[in-house]
Design a binder for this molecule. Structure first.
Ligand code: CA
Ligand code: CA
Ligand code: CA
Ligand code: CA
Length: 390
Protein backbone atom coordinates (compact mmCIF):
# COMPACT_ATOMS: atom_id res chain seq x y z
CA UNK A 1 0.00 0.00 0.00
CA UNK A 2 1.26 3.39 -0.88
CA UNK A 3 0.10 6.48 0.89
CA UNK A 4 0.05 8.45 -2.29
CA UNK A 5 -2.86 6.51 -3.58
CA UNK A 6 -5.06 8.45 -1.19
CA UNK A 7 -4.00 11.68 -2.74
CA UNK A 8 -4.85 11.16 -6.32
CA UNK A 9 -8.18 12.14 -7.63
CA UNK A 10 -10.27 9.09 -8.07
CA UNK A 11 -11.73 8.86 -11.50
CA UNK A 12 -14.63 6.55 -11.38
CA UNK A 13 -16.23 4.51 -14.03
CA UNK A 14 -19.81 5.22 -13.10
CA UNK A 15 -22.23 2.50 -13.97
CA UNK A 16 -23.94 3.75 -17.04
CA UNK A 17 -27.54 3.15 -16.19
CA UNK A 18 -27.40 4.93 -12.87
CA UNK A 19 -25.37 7.76 -14.27
CA UNK A 20 -27.51 10.46 -15.67
CA UNK A 21 -27.84 14.16 -15.53
CA UNK A 22 -31.23 15.34 -16.33
CA UNK A 23 -30.02 18.90 -16.49
CA UNK A 24 -28.17 18.37 -19.75
CA UNK A 25 -30.48 16.14 -21.69
CA UNK A 26 -30.79 16.48 -25.41
CA UNK A 27 -33.67 18.68 -26.40
CA UNK A 28 -36.75 16.49 -26.29
CA UNK A 29 -39.03 16.27 -29.28
CA UNK A 30 -42.08 16.70 -27.10
CA UNK A 31 -42.21 19.30 -24.37
CA UNK A 32 -41.54 17.83 -20.95
CA UNK A 33 -44.52 17.23 -18.76
CA UNK A 34 -45.29 19.64 -15.96
CA UNK A 35 -43.14 18.61 -13.01
CA UNK A 36 -45.77 19.16 -10.34
CA UNK A 37 -48.46 17.26 -12.21
CA UNK A 38 -46.15 14.37 -12.91
CA UNK A 39 -44.99 14.28 -9.32
CA UNK A 40 -48.58 14.18 -8.08
CA UNK A 41 -49.23 11.18 -10.33
CA UNK A 42 -45.99 9.45 -9.31
CA UNK A 43 -46.56 10.07 -5.63
CA UNK A 44 -50.09 8.71 -5.75
CA UNK A 45 -48.82 5.58 -7.45
CA UNK A 46 -45.91 5.18 -5.04
CA UNK A 47 -48.17 5.61 -2.02
CA UNK A 48 -50.62 3.08 -3.40
CA UNK A 49 -47.73 0.70 -3.97
CA UNK A 50 -46.46 1.19 -0.42
CA UNK A 51 -49.92 0.51 0.95
CA UNK A 52 -50.62 -2.62 -1.08
CA UNK A 53 -47.26 -4.37 -0.89
CA UNK A 54 -45.14 -6.01 1.78
CA UNK A 55 -41.50 -6.99 2.04
CA UNK A 56 -39.58 -10.14 2.80
CA UNK A 57 -35.93 -9.58 3.69
CA UNK A 58 -33.21 -12.22 3.71
CA UNK A 59 -31.14 -12.11 6.89
CA UNK A 60 -28.00 -14.07 6.13
CA UNK A 61 -24.96 -12.28 7.47
CA UNK A 62 -21.80 -12.67 5.44
CA UNK A 63 -23.47 -14.07 2.33
CA UNK A 64 -24.20 -12.21 -0.90
CA UNK A 65 -27.91 -12.79 -0.27
CA UNK A 66 -27.91 -10.84 2.99
CA UNK A 67 -30.52 -8.06 2.82
CA UNK A 68 -32.05 -9.28 -0.41
CA UNK A 69 -35.56 -7.94 -0.59
CA UNK A 70 -38.63 -9.39 -2.20
CA UNK A 71 -41.64 -7.10 -2.56
CA UNK A 72 -45.01 -8.68 -3.15
CA UNK A 73 -48.61 -7.62 -3.15
CA UNK A 74 -50.49 -8.23 0.08
CA UNK A 75 -52.79 -11.22 0.09
CA UNK A 76 -53.11 -11.66 3.85
CA UNK A 77 -53.03 -8.38 5.76
CA UNK A 78 -52.78 -10.15 9.12
CA UNK A 79 -49.35 -11.57 8.36
CA UNK A 80 -48.16 -9.18 5.67
CA UNK A 81 -47.79 -5.65 7.03
CA UNK A 82 -47.73 -3.05 4.29
CA UNK A 83 -44.54 -1.15 3.57
CA UNK A 84 -46.43 1.98 4.54
CA UNK A 85 -46.98 0.53 8.01
CA UNK A 86 -43.28 1.13 8.72
CA UNK A 87 -43.64 4.88 8.24
CA UNK A 88 -41.56 6.66 10.89
CA UNK A 89 -41.19 3.41 12.80
CA UNK A 90 -39.11 3.51 15.96
CA UNK A 91 -37.24 0.42 14.81
CA UNK A 92 -36.05 -0.96 11.51
CA UNK A 93 -37.41 -1.46 8.91
CA UNK A 94 -38.18 2.23 8.96
CA UNK A 95 -39.96 4.06 6.15
CA UNK A 96 -38.98 7.70 5.90
CA UNK A 97 -40.01 10.49 3.56
CA UNK A 98 -37.86 13.47 2.73
CA UNK A 99 -38.57 16.62 0.81
CA UNK A 100 -36.34 17.50 -2.11
CA UNK A 101 -36.57 20.91 -3.75
CA UNK A 102 -35.88 20.63 -7.47
CA UNK A 103 -37.45 21.79 -10.72
CA UNK A 104 -39.26 24.52 -8.82
CA UNK A 105 -41.38 22.07 -6.85
CA UNK A 106 -40.99 20.12 -3.64
CA UNK A 107 -40.73 16.41 -4.22
CA UNK A 108 -41.47 13.91 -1.53
CA UNK A 109 -39.34 10.82 -1.66
CA UNK A 110 -39.95 7.68 0.38
CA UNK A 111 -37.15 5.35 1.35
CA UNK A 112 -37.32 2.27 3.49
CA UNK A 113 -34.25 1.72 5.62
CA UNK A 114 -33.95 -1.97 6.31
CA UNK A 115 -30.74 -1.64 8.25
CA UNK A 116 -28.86 1.54 9.02
CA UNK A 117 -25.29 0.26 8.84
CA UNK A 118 -22.48 0.73 11.31
CA UNK A 119 -19.82 2.61 9.35
CA UNK A 120 -19.62 5.96 7.62
CA UNK A 121 -22.25 8.04 5.84
CA UNK A 122 -21.09 9.52 2.54
CA UNK A 123 -21.56 12.92 0.99
CA UNK A 124 -24.12 13.32 -1.77
CA UNK A 125 -21.15 13.72 -4.12
CA UNK A 126 -19.00 10.82 -2.94
CA UNK A 127 -18.55 7.59 -4.83
CA UNK A 128 -20.52 4.64 -3.52
CA UNK A 129 -19.94 0.95 -3.99
CA UNK A 130 -23.35 -0.64 -3.81
CA UNK A 131 -25.11 -3.79 -4.88
CA UNK A 132 -28.49 -2.91 -6.23
CA UNK A 133 -31.55 -4.03 -8.07
CA UNK A 134 -33.66 -1.61 -10.06
CA UNK A 135 -37.26 -1.80 -11.17
CA UNK A 136 -39.63 0.75 -12.59
CA UNK A 137 -43.23 1.23 -11.64
CA UNK A 138 -46.00 1.60 -14.16
CA UNK A 139 -49.75 1.60 -14.13
CA UNK A 140 -51.31 -0.94 -16.40
CA UNK A 141 -54.30 0.40 -18.28
CA UNK A 142 -57.82 -0.68 -17.51
CA UNK A 143 -59.30 -3.38 -19.69
CA UNK A 144 -62.79 -4.77 -20.08
CA UNK A 145 -61.93 -7.46 -17.59
CA UNK A 146 -59.59 -5.74 -15.13
CA UNK A 147 -59.20 -2.35 -13.53
CA UNK A 148 -55.88 -0.50 -13.59
CA UNK A 149 -53.13 -1.85 -11.40
CA UNK A 150 -49.50 -1.11 -10.58
CA UNK A 151 -46.80 -3.25 -12.04
CA UNK A 152 -43.04 -3.36 -11.48
CA UNK A 153 -40.62 -4.21 -14.26
CA UNK A 154 -37.06 -5.28 -13.59
CA UNK A 155 -34.38 -3.40 -15.50
CA UNK A 156 -31.01 -3.93 -13.85
CA UNK A 157 -29.21 -5.76 -11.08
CA UNK A 158 -25.63 -5.54 -9.84
CA UNK A 159 -24.84 -8.17 -7.24
CA UNK A 160 -21.09 -7.85 -7.04
CA UNK A 161 -20.22 -4.23 -7.68
CA UNK A 162 -16.67 -3.56 -8.81
CA UNK A 163 -16.80 0.16 -9.47
CA UNK A 164 -18.15 3.05 -7.51
CA UNK A 165 -21.00 5.22 -8.68
CA UNK A 166 -20.37 8.96 -8.40
CA UNK A 167 -23.46 10.23 -6.60
CA UNK A 168 -22.95 13.66 -8.13
CA UNK A 169 -23.71 12.36 -11.61
CA UNK A 170 -26.15 9.65 -10.55
CA UNK A 171 -29.89 10.18 -10.42
CA UNK A 172 -30.92 12.62 -7.71
CA UNK A 173 -32.82 9.93 -5.82
CA UNK A 174 -29.55 8.16 -5.09
CA UNK A 175 -27.71 11.28 -3.99
CA UNK A 176 -30.56 12.16 -1.65
CA UNK A 177 -30.59 8.83 0.17
CA UNK A 178 -27.09 7.37 0.42
CA UNK A 179 -26.01 10.12 2.85
CA UNK A 180 -28.75 8.76 5.14
CA UNK A 181 -27.17 5.30 5.13
CA UNK A 182 -23.91 3.98 6.53
CA UNK A 183 -21.40 1.48 5.26
CA UNK A 184 -20.60 -1.58 7.35
CA UNK A 185 -17.48 -3.63 7.80
CA UNK A 186 -15.40 -5.38 5.21
CA UNK A 187 -12.85 -8.17 5.41
CA UNK A 188 -10.67 -9.47 2.62
CA UNK A 189 -10.99 -13.23 2.24
CA UNK A 190 -8.18 -15.68 1.52
CA UNK A 191 -9.28 -15.82 -2.13
CA UNK A 192 -9.03 -12.06 -2.46
CA UNK A 193 -12.73 -11.33 -2.45
CA UNK A 194 -14.15 -8.93 0.08
CA UNK A 195 -16.87 -9.88 2.51
CA UNK A 196 -19.21 -7.07 3.49
CA UNK A 197 -21.22 -7.18 6.69
CA UNK A 198 -23.35 -4.84 8.79
CA UNK A 199 -23.76 -2.48 5.82
CA UNK A 200 -26.73 -0.18 5.42
CA UNK A 201 -29.51 -1.43 3.18
CA UNK A 202 -32.61 0.27 1.90
CA UNK A 203 -35.33 0.36 -0.71
CA UNK A 204 -35.67 3.68 -2.53
CA UNK A 205 -38.99 4.76 -4.02
CA UNK A 206 -38.02 7.47 -6.45
CA UNK A 207 -40.52 9.69 -8.25
CA UNK A 208 -39.62 10.08 -11.91
CA UNK A 209 -38.48 13.69 -11.42
CA UNK A 210 -35.73 12.44 -9.11
CA UNK A 211 -35.01 9.56 -11.48
CA UNK A 212 -34.67 9.73 -15.25
CA UNK A 213 -37.86 11.65 -15.97
CA UNK A 214 -37.92 11.53 -19.80
CA UNK A 215 -34.19 11.07 -20.16
CA UNK A 216 -33.44 7.37 -20.41
CA UNK A 217 -33.78 5.28 -23.52
CA UNK A 218 -34.24 1.90 -21.86
CA UNK A 219 -36.78 2.92 -19.24
CA UNK A 220 -40.15 4.39 -20.18
CA UNK A 221 -40.38 8.13 -19.66
CA UNK A 222 -41.92 9.33 -16.40
CA UNK A 223 -41.38 6.06 -14.56
CA UNK A 224 -41.01 6.03 -10.79
CA UNK A 225 -38.07 3.80 -9.85
CA UNK A 226 -37.68 1.28 -7.06
CA UNK A 227 -34.12 0.42 -6.09
CA UNK A 228 -33.11 -1.98 -3.38
CA UNK A 229 -29.56 -1.11 -2.39
CA UNK A 230 -26.81 -2.54 -0.22
CA UNK A 231 -24.25 0.07 0.66
CA UNK A 232 -20.85 -1.61 0.83
CA UNK A 233 -18.24 1.13 0.62
CA UNK A 234 -17.59 4.73 -0.35
CA UNK A 235 -14.85 6.82 -1.91
CA UNK A 236 -14.17 10.44 -1.18
CA UNK A 237 -14.13 12.53 -4.36
CA UNK A 238 -12.72 15.92 -5.28
CA UNK A 239 -14.92 17.32 -8.02
CA UNK A 240 -12.96 20.52 -8.59
CA UNK A 241 -9.54 18.85 -8.43
CA UNK A 242 -8.25 21.44 -5.97
CA UNK A 243 -6.76 18.94 -3.58
CA UNK A 244 -9.56 19.25 -1.05
CA UNK A 245 -12.16 16.50 -0.95
CA UNK A 246 -15.82 17.40 -1.34
CA UNK A 247 -16.59 16.37 2.22
CA UNK A 248 -14.03 18.91 3.40
CA UNK A 249 -15.77 21.57 1.30
CA UNK A 250 -19.12 20.92 2.98
CA UNK A 251 -19.00 24.03 5.12
CA UNK A 252 -22.16 23.43 7.12
CA UNK A 253 -21.34 19.75 7.55
CA UNK A 254 -24.72 18.34 6.55
CA UNK A 255 -23.28 15.85 4.02
CA UNK A 256 -24.94 17.67 1.13
CA UNK A 257 -23.37 20.12 -1.31
CA UNK A 258 -25.33 21.54 -4.22
CA UNK A 259 -24.74 23.69 -7.25
CA UNK A 260 -27.63 26.13 -7.36
CA UNK A 261 -26.39 27.89 -10.50
CA UNK A 262 -28.64 25.81 -12.72
CA UNK A 263 -31.79 27.93 -12.68
CA UNK A 264 -33.80 25.23 -14.41
CA UNK A 265 -33.18 22.80 -11.58
CA UNK A 266 -33.23 25.53 -8.93
CA UNK A 267 -35.46 28.41 -10.04
CA UNK A 268 -35.81 29.58 -6.43
CA UNK A 269 -32.30 28.87 -5.24
CA UNK A 270 -31.48 29.71 -1.63
CA UNK A 271 -28.17 31.21 -0.53
CA UNK A 272 -25.65 28.41 -0.80
CA UNK A 273 -24.41 27.45 2.68
CA UNK A 274 -21.31 25.82 1.20
CA UNK A 275 -19.90 28.81 -0.69
CA UNK A 276 -17.14 30.57 1.25
CA UNK A 277 -16.71 33.60 -1.00
CA UNK A 278 -20.42 33.88 -1.87
CA UNK A 279 -19.74 34.11 -5.59
CA UNK A 280 -22.40 31.52 -6.33
CA UNK A 281 -19.90 28.76 -7.03
CA UNK A 282 -19.97 26.28 -4.15
CA UNK A 283 -16.59 25.40 -2.65
CA UNK A 284 -16.69 21.87 -4.01
CA UNK A 285 -16.68 23.31 -7.55
CA UNK A 286 -14.78 26.55 -6.91
CA UNK A 287 -11.09 26.56 -7.82
CA UNK A 288 -10.60 29.65 -5.62
CA UNK A 289 -12.69 29.02 -2.52
CA UNK A 290 -11.99 32.29 -0.73
CA UNK A 291 -12.07 34.48 -3.84
CA UNK A 292 -8.70 36.09 -3.22
CA UNK A 293 -7.42 35.51 -6.73
CA UNK A 294 -5.14 32.62 -5.79
CA UNK A 295 -6.34 29.13 -6.51
CA UNK A 296 -6.91 26.79 -3.61
CA UNK A 297 -4.39 24.36 -5.04
CA UNK A 298 -1.78 27.12 -5.15
CA UNK A 299 -2.55 28.23 -1.62
CA UNK A 300 -2.21 24.76 -0.14
CA UNK A 301 1.03 24.00 -1.98
CA UNK A 302 3.92 23.59 0.42
CA UNK A 303 7.07 25.66 0.53
CA UNK A 304 10.09 23.91 -0.91
CA UNK A 305 12.05 22.12 1.76
CA UNK A 306 8.93 20.74 3.41
CA UNK A 307 8.24 17.95 0.97
CA UNK A 308 9.04 14.31 1.55
CA UNK A 309 11.39 13.16 4.29
CA UNK A 310 13.09 16.07 5.99
CA UNK A 311 15.14 15.46 9.11
CA UNK A 312 13.48 12.12 9.74
CA UNK A 313 9.93 13.47 9.44
CA UNK A 314 7.77 12.51 6.51
CA UNK A 315 6.06 15.67 5.30
CA UNK A 316 4.36 13.91 2.43
CA UNK A 317 3.79 15.30 -1.00
CA UNK A 318 3.86 18.80 -2.37
CA UNK A 319 0.58 20.16 -1.08
CA UNK A 320 -0.78 20.36 2.43
CA UNK A 321 -2.68 17.17 2.17
CA UNK A 322 -4.47 16.08 4.09
CA UNK A 323 -7.00 18.36 5.67
CA UNK A 324 -5.70 17.35 9.08
CA UNK A 325 -2.62 15.40 10.17
CA UNK A 326 -2.84 11.65 9.66
CA UNK A 327 -1.42 8.84 11.70
CA UNK A 328 0.12 5.61 10.56
CA UNK A 329 -2.32 3.00 9.32
CA UNK A 330 -1.58 -0.27 11.12
CA UNK A 331 -3.10 -2.22 8.23
CA UNK A 332 -0.16 -1.25 6.02
CA UNK A 333 2.88 -2.28 8.08
CA UNK A 334 5.38 -1.55 5.31
CA UNK A 335 4.36 2.04 4.83
CA UNK A 336 4.49 4.91 7.26
CA UNK A 337 1.49 7.07 6.44
CA UNK A 338 2.23 9.50 9.24
CA UNK A 339 1.97 13.09 8.16
CA UNK A 340 2.23 15.52 11.05
CA UNK A 341 0.70 18.50 9.31
CA UNK A 342 -2.63 19.37 7.78
CA UNK A 343 -3.57 22.48 5.84
CA UNK A 344 -2.46 25.36 8.09
CA UNK A 345 -4.16 28.51 9.17
CA UNK A 346 -2.34 31.77 8.50
CA UNK A 347 0.87 31.67 10.52
CA UNK A 348 0.83 33.01 14.06
CA UNK A 349 4.53 32.84 14.96
CA UNK A 350 7.13 35.62 15.07
CA UNK A 351 7.45 38.10 12.25
CA UNK A 352 10.44 37.55 10.04
CA UNK A 353 11.48 41.10 10.90
CA UNK A 354 9.88 41.91 14.26
CA UNK A 355 10.43 45.61 13.71
CA UNK A 356 8.17 45.79 10.67
CA UNK A 357 4.50 45.07 10.07
CA UNK A 358 3.24 41.79 8.65
CA UNK A 359 3.24 41.89 4.88
CA UNK A 360 3.92 39.74 1.88
CA UNK A 361 7.61 40.52 2.24
CA UNK A 362 7.60 40.25 6.03
CA UNK A 363 5.54 37.19 6.88
CA UNK A 364 5.04 35.60 10.25
CA UNK A 365 6.56 32.20 10.79
CA UNK A 366 4.52 29.08 11.11
CA UNK A 367 4.38 27.32 14.44
CA UNK A 368 3.37 23.69 14.67
CA UNK A 369 -0.03 24.53 16.15
CA UNK A 370 -0.84 26.40 12.94
CA UNK A 371 -1.00 23.02 11.22
CA UNK A 372 -2.95 21.17 13.86
CA UNK A 373 -5.20 23.37 16.02
CA UNK A 374 -8.92 22.75 15.72
CA UNK A 375 -10.85 24.60 14.72
CA UNK A 376 -8.69 26.73 12.49
CA UNK A 377 -9.48 28.77 9.39
CA UNK A 378 -7.33 27.12 6.80
CA UNK A 379 -5.34 29.40 4.51
CA UNK A 380 -7.29 28.59 1.36
CA UNK A 381 -10.48 29.78 3.08
CA UNK A 382 -8.87 32.88 4.59
CA UNK A 383 -8.89 35.73 2.09
CA UNK A 384 -7.12 38.03 4.56
CA UNK A 385 -3.88 36.12 4.42
CA UNK A 386 -1.44 38.37 2.56
CA UNK A 387 1.29 35.85 1.89
CA UNK A 388 0.34 33.29 -0.65
CA UNK A 389 3.54 31.37 -0.99
CA UNK A 390 6.89 31.39 0.66
CA1 CA B 1 -12.30 20.01 -3.97
CA1 CA C 1 -23.62 21.30 3.03
CA1 CA D 1 -17.40 30.25 -4.19
CA1 CA E 1 -7.97 31.42 -2.88
Amino acid sequence: MNKFKYYFVLLLAGIAIVSCNKGDDDTPVEPLRDYQEQFNTDNANIEEYLTTNYITVTESAGTPEDQDVVIDSITDPTTQPSIMSYLNSETFPKLLAKNVDLDGITYKMYYLILREGTGTSPMNTDGVLAAYKGEYLSRVAKTDKAPTYLKTTFFEEVKFPQTSVDLYTAIVGWGETFPELKTGTSTTQADGTIKYENFGSAVLFIPSGLGYYAGNNSIPSYSPLIFSVKFYDYKRLDHDFDGVFDYQEDINGDRYVRDFRNTTLYPNAPVNPDDTDKDGIPDFLDADDDGDGFTTFYEISKPTGQIGNVGGINYGISAYYPWSPIVDNPATPNTDETEPRGIPRRPTGELTNPAAAESASNPKKYIEADYTDEPRLRIHLDNTYPIKKQ
